[in-house]
Design a protein around this ligand. Structure first.
Ligand code: F3S
Length: 104
């Protein structure tokens, strides 16, 4: 499966949800997750993310994000259409240390 990682936090561009053929994204306040059990590994979302937040779950460091995705995919609502992007998304793009800012 593919997994959303730290770069998404507070950026939340949502270009990923527009291309997902199985609608497996779930929306939190400032982050999205992919349900790892629903992802078909097509890979179309990966290049769509302007923040380069989406990686294969085999990437180094991806495991902790898969655990986060499993936790929240069962709690957050499904998202299939892009809506408003945070006004300060560009300021947060690529910033390190955002994990602590993830809103549950
Ligand atoms: Fe997040 Fe990138 Fe999607 S910033 S909402 S993973 S397009």
């Amino acid at each position: 499966a593919y997994v959303v990682t730290e770069n998404c936090i507070k950026c939340k561009y949502q270009d990923c949800v527009e291309v997902c053929p199985v609608d497996c994204f779930y929306e939190g306040e400032n982050f999205l997750v992919i349900n790892p059990d629903e992802c078909i590994e097509c890979g179309v979302c990966e290049p769509e993310c302007p923040a380069e937040a989406i990686v294969p779950d085999s990437d180094p460091g991806a495991a902790e994000w898969v655990e986060i995705a499993r936790q929240y995919a069962g709690q957050w609502p499904n998202i299939t259409r892009k809506s408003d992007v945070p006004a300060d998304a560009a300021e947060w793009k690529g910033k390190p240390g955002k994990k602590a800012l993830l809103s549950s």
